[in-house]
Design a protein around this ligand. Structure first.
Ligand code: GTQ
Length: 354
């Protein structure tokens, strides 16, 4: 029996007490002894299912929408990737993901909301997301963050479609009941600093003397692929890949080494051709996209073959094994940042290397 559902009289543990259960329910009370297993269990039951979305299929759908509805009309022209095992429009119980399209010359108007977001660029001939007075340029593979309550608008300045993977903490923030949003009075916010100013200032290992970034997220709002790929290759050079992750780096807050957002963590994995990871299981839900290469992901009982720009999800507490049939680079984001902040994140001690 779940909280709030009618009690199934056949599965009661203490049927002799049944006569008083109706009275309890009428008075908005529940016998915990009948439902404790739903609330407190030895280990998690994964929420949602493993699933893969093929980029070429999603691309065709979103480009079709691009012919029929403008970015301004849509507010955000996003194809939400809904986990087929969940009721609500999330890719996991905790995360929202979608593919967003801005057509050449279009602007997705400025707004802000309490939900934080990351953007991982899949296709670009030129464009940017403006965040808090600065343009973060969008090239394939770039990661851009729009933290909670920061103004953001998107523009395609190229001549081809601009498409990226959105990752938001919508289910988490909405669960807490903190769903605020506001439209900017102008279509585009005023620009106050040079392009990619947060990378120039904070992305160098320097900080202004006496200054601390006062927010619980990274002061760097853009992690250009050219530099993170170079870092990943240099970490791979002459090193043994980690059995669970391959060669892997975390996108970090240069101020404290923490994750990019207080809720969302992001990672880049390099799997050499032929490499297969050891099974790995944690309490976080992970969303992957394929920057380079191809291979197979075994997630729980599902076997998913992946190619460039495909997106796939691994629910919480589900074993992940990745195998690369070509040299492969995967981008991953997860709710690990939120779990670590709450002190609840766990790795299965039974998985090798932990
Ligand atoms: O770009 O601001 O995928 O507000 C969902 C909601 C993207 C955005 C999404 C949003 C945005």
């Amino acid at each position: 029996m779940g909280a709030g559902e009618d009690m199934d009289l056949k599965s009661l543990k203490h049927p002799s007490l049944a006569p008083s259960y109706a009275r309890m329910q009428a008075l908005s009370a529940l016998p915990l002894w009948e439902i404790i297993g739903d609330l407190v269990a030895e280990e998690p039951s994964p929420m949602g299912v493993p699933h893969l979305w093929r980029y070429h299929e999603m691309r065709a759908l979103i480009l079709d929408a691009g012919q029929r509805i403008s970015a301004a009309e849509a507010e955000r022209r996003v194809l939400a990737l809904k986990n087929p095992g969940l009721e609500r429009p999330g890719i996991s119980q905790t995360l929202f993901a979608g593919l967003q399209l801005v057509m050449p010359g279009e602007v997705a108007p400025a707004h802000r909301h309490t939900q934080g977001a990351i953007r991982f660029v899949l296709e670009s001939t030129g464009g940017y997301t403006a965040v808090e007075g600065e343009r973060c340029l969008m090239r394939r593979g770039d990661l851009i963050t729009t933290p909670s309550w920061t103004w953001h608008d998107h523009e395609n300045t190229g001549d081809g479609p601009l498409i990226w993977l959105d990752g938001l903490d919508v289910p988490l923030v909405n669960f807490f009941g903190v769903r605020f949003a506001e439209e900017h009075p102008a279509e585009q916010q005023p620009i106050a600093r040079p392009d990619d100013a947060s990378v120039s200032l904070w992305g160098t290992g320097m900080r202004p003397i006496g200054a601390r970034h006062p927010k619980p997220w990274s002061p760097v709002m853009s992690y250009p692929y050219a530099s993170v790929r170079a870092a990943l290759m240099s970490a791979s050079e002459g090193a043994m890949p980690d059995p669970r992750h391959g060669h892997a780096l975390a996108y970090c807050n240069p101020q404290d080494g923490g994750h990019v957002l207080p809720t969302i963590a992001a990672f880049l994995h390099h799997l050499p051709e032929g490499f297969e990871t050891a099974p790995w299981r944690t309490t976080e839900a992970s969303v992957f996209t394929v920057v380079e290469g191809e291979g197979t992901a075994r997630i729980g009982d599902a076997e998913l073959s992946f190619g460039e720009s495909d997106v796939f999800v691994a629910p919480n507490w589900t074993r992940i094994t990745l195998q690369a049939s070509k040299p492969t680079i995967l981008f991953r984001f997860s709710d690990r940042a939120a779990q670590e902040r709450l002190g609840i994140w766990r790795e299965d001690p039974g998985t090798p290397g932990s």
